[in-house]
Design a protein around this ligand. Structure first.
Ligand code: NDP
Length: 337
């Protein structure tokens, strides 16, 4: 059994600093073990991932990192080295997403992490840390969105056209793959029509150019979508919500196109439309475990492979700019070691 004395004395981390009044900047650093934050479980991080939020944190955009210097990375996976709570055995493969990791608490862009035991999920049987991070917060959020739509009664069928917005992004790609696995008729909306073949390969039946999504003209537009998974927000969400069919549901995940929601109550009170909030960060543990178990079944490594690239820790600052510019396709795993 690993004891605290045999833990590595130093670890490598991508840290975001701020010098005086200058812009925050990210830099690789070697830190003493004593710099690890409080928590019961010490994890040897082997993989992390890149999400839109990480792009914001690493680029020094305000509102993500609550103090500086700090280690970003809202996802991590690796092996337990030591757990003072006794819940986890050394060598177990574990996953952490959300809970403030990489926002309030040093995150996954480091070779070591220390976190509360309650934040961990065991990697499902037959999976590994690379798989877990090719899912990451994005895939986990997509799973929560699909589960939320199903909880409201959405079922596959000819009437059941489901819209995914921001479809070529991380959450969007995973949502398309998960909905396809469940048998839904998917329309993928994207601003990158060159990704049409990619989206079809994930299971989308119709591809819609972002510019062709019906704009919001009236509080109630013609009914079209049985369900919506929206990662874009703003005018895209407002238009999709007004076009949702009677008793259809909209899972609201993101704000890649804007945080505002210009809408009326009419779809809610005249069509019984369900507007469903998705928050992966605070998702309770029981639902987390259910989501990860289903991800292991429905989004196996071979399904994720065409939507996943693997890059090194030193490449994260450059990748952060790319994801903010909407140029990253699907998922990016960060090989931390
Ligand atoms: P990505 O950058 O991978 O995907 C976002 C996609 O949105 C892009 O690929 C692009 O899709 C589309 N997009 C980008 N900019 C615009 C724009 N200006 N107008 C319209 N569409 C745009 O990010 P993620 O998939 O990691 O995250 C997506 C969103 O979900 C983010 O806002 C993120 O903060 C949020 N999120 C929320 C979570 C939650 O718990 N609620 C958890 C994880 C993410 P395309 O090229 O196909 O048009």
């Amino acid at each position: 059994m690993t004891d605290t004395a045999s833990l590595p004395s130093t670890f490598r981390a991508l840290r975001v600093f701020k010098d005086g009044e200058g812009q925050p900047r990210a830099q690789l650093d070697t830190l003493p073990h004593a710099e690890l934050p409080a928590g019961e479980v010490t994890v040897e991080v082997t993989h992390s991932s890149l999400n839109y939020k990480d792009g914001m944190a690493v680029s020094g955009r305000p509102g993500i990192l609550r103090r500086l210097p700090m280690t970003p990375g809202i996802d991590l996976a690796g092996k337990v080295l030591h757990d003072v709570s006794g819940t986890y055995q050394p060598g177990e493969t574990v996953i952490v997403t959300g809970w403030g990791l990489g926002e309030r608490h040093d995150g996954g862009y480091a070779t070591l992490a220390r976190v509360p035991a309650a934040w961990l999920v065991r990697a499902p049987a037959g999976t590994d840390a690379h798989w877990a991070m090719s899912v990451g917060t994005a895939g986990f959020t997509a799973m929560l969105a699909v589960m939320a739509l199903e909880d409201q009664g959405l079922r596959p069928g000819e009437e059941g056209e489901v819209l995914v917005t921001g479809a070529a992004g991380g959450v969007g790609s995973a949502a398309v793959a998960l909905l396809a696995r469940a048998g839904f008729n998917i329309t993928a909306s994207t601003g990158r029509p060159q990704e049409a073949d990619y989206l079809r390969s994930l299971g989308a039946r119709q591809i819609m150019d972002r510019a062709d999504l019906p704009a919001l003209r009236r509080p109630l537009e013609s009914e079209r979508w049985a369900g919506v998974i929206d990662t874009v927000g703003g005018a895209t969400l407002a238009g999709a919500y007004a076009s949702t069919r009677t008793h259809g549901s909209v899972a609201v995940c993101g704000l890649a196109g804007g945080a505002e929601l210009n809408a009326t109550v009419y779809p809610l009170i005249l069509r019984g439309v369900n507007l469903l909030g998705i928050d992966s960060v605070t998702c309770p543990s029981v639902r987390r475990e259910a989501a990860w178990a289903r991800l292991a079944r429905d989004l196996p490594a071979q399904t994720l492979a065409p939507m996943t690239q693997t890059r090194g820790l030193s490449e994260v600052p450059g990748l952060a700019q790319e994801i903010l510019a909407g140029r990253v396709r699907g998922r990016t795993v960060i090989d931390v070691q």
